[in-house]
Design a binder for this molecule. Structure first.
Ligand SMILES: *Cc1c(COP(=O)(O)O)cnc(C)c1O
Length: 231
């Protein structure tokens, strides 16, 4: 088994080095450990190494793991983020098991999450996923449609719009990656200039977290570099 504790240390060091290069405080970047397809034992190994925030992509797998983890004494409260594609008929379990959803790309999804979020829970934190690669196949709202969607989502009662998420096309082209991430930051700044108060830029994965941090990421979603290759 890969050494999750060592991997986490290495990722934290990469985050710290990336922050140092652009004069940012490492505390301004949250590490989200993407635990999709990983068994609970691997998540618990990460928890033992000081990790508390986890990202899941698949509704049933995520809900099952959250329930199983809740049965255990993990000492620290775990924070669960839903980061995968979400169909409108699957919103109900997500609305109540998770505390964040990063993949909102249309109003109907946000509206259902708001309606279905239990009144005794704090508002569900949302990010809107933006298609900054302009590829037909990618999910995410088109940049041109973002302002209208963001203003509608921000007005919903049981959710709190926190920021934007992007999943650019995989690439080794550094300038291209920087341009994609800078685009997302610009869109966030434009929304804030219109009166929204978005504090989150969810961007950067195992292979491109340095570029994302240089362009202002406040949360990086790291799977492979923490848990090893997915089977
Ligand atoms: C799987 C996944 C990640 C993590 O990717 P790695 O390359 O393994 O770090 C991040 N974000 C999303 C949306 C994912 O689906």
């Amino acid at each position: 088994m890969t050494n999750i504790s060592e991997n986490l240390q290495a990722v934290r060091s990469r985050i710290a080095a990336a922050c140092a290069r652009c004069g940012r405080d490492p505390a301004s970047v949250t590490l989200l450990a993407v635990s999709k397809t990983q068994p609970l034992a691997h998540i618990l190994a990460a928890v033992a190494a000081g990790q508390y925030a986890f990202g899941e992509n698949y509704v049933q797998e995520g809900v099952d793991k959250i329930a199983a983890a809740a049965e255990l004494d993990t000492r620290v409260a775990l924070e669960w983020h839903f980061i995968g594609p979400l169909q409108s008929n699957k919103t109900r379990p997500v609305a109540n098991a998770f505390s964040w959803v990063h993949s909102v790309d249309r109003f109907k999804i946000a509206q259902r999450l708001s309606e279905q979020r239990d009144a005794h829970l704090p508002p569900l934190n949302l990010c809107i996923q933006v298609n900054v690669s302009a590829e037909q196949s990618k999910s995410g709202v088109a940049p041109e449609a973002l302002v209208e969607l963001a203003e509608h989502v921000a007005a919903l009662p049981r959710v709190r719009l926190r920021g934007l998420m992007a999943l650019p096309e995989p690439s080794d082209d550094e300038p291209l990656l920087h341009a994609r991430f800078a685009h997302l930051r610009q869109l966030r700044d434009d929304l804030n200039a219109r009166g929204l108060a978005l504090d989150t830029l969810s961007m950067g994965m195992s292979h491109d977290l340095e570029a994302a941090i240089a362009e202002g990421a406040t949360l990086v979603r790291i799977g492979t570099a923490v848990f090893g290759r997915r089977s």
